[in-house]
Ligand binder design. Structure first.
Ligand SMILES: [Zn+2]
Length: 202
């Protein structure tokens, strides 16, 4: 690898300022290797150095890391705040003349005062197996994102299958999950195997 770490660091700072700042913070605390002052080796390029920090951001956004519990971290999506209610109080107490406040409002597309903590009705949630022990051994997820496995246990639906319904082709017998909205021949959808408009939702 012959990339120039200084160039990568500058690009990172420009494009992903938050990731850059957090990476630098972790470097300062001995938790990451620094880009600046380091040289790429055969096994360790810039990707290997900054990837863990990028992954950490992804994990925070998905609530997959206990960081959410230890720090005042929030994820904001569609005017909803995912995190501790106290974190929202803190955000909303930011002073109007603070540049950071304007920047954040521009990024999320709405004033901080309009944000609400996301809530969920316990009856709409279900715990699926297969998570890390610190989170209690299971992920709690919205029921509509799950399906039942062959043992009747709730499991996460594959995202790509969400919104699909079982369909069967009357011509070739093919069964598959579809979300086609093109109907022909009296309400039939196109079969993904034989290509005829002779399939129907079950
Ligand atoms: Zn078919």
């Amino acid at each position: 690898m012959n990339e120039d770490f200084a160039v990568v660091a500058a690009a990172l700072q420009k494009k992903y300022r938050g990731v850059y700042d957090v990476h630098e913070f972790l470097v300062g605390n001995g938790l990451r290797d620094a880009l600046l002052g380091n040289k790429p080796t055969r096994r360790c390029g810039a990707k290997q150095i900054v990837d863990p920090t990028f992954r950490m951001f992804g994990a925070v956004a998905l609530g997959e890391t206990p960081l959410m519990k230890s720090f005042r971290v929030v994820t904001i999506s569609r005017r909803k705040v995912y995190g501790n209610p106290e974190s929202l109080d803190q955000l909303q107490s930011w002073s109007d003349d603070w540049k950071e406040k304007k920047d954040l409002e521009t990024t999320i597309g709405c004033p901080l005062s309009e944000l609400e903590v996301a809530t969920a009705d316990a009856s709409d949630l279900v715990t699926v197996a297969g998570a890390r022990p610190w989170s209690g051994g299971g992920h709690t997820v919205p029921k509509k994102r799950t399906t039942e496995d062959k043992y009747g246990e709730p499991v996460l639906k594959k995202l790509r299958d969400e919104g699909k319904k079982p369909a069967t082709c009357t011509a070739c017998g093919h069964k598959w999950p579809s979300k086609s909205t093109r109907f022909k021949n009296g309400g039939c959808i196109e079969c993904t195997r034989c290509g005829t408009f002779k399939a129907k939702y079950d």
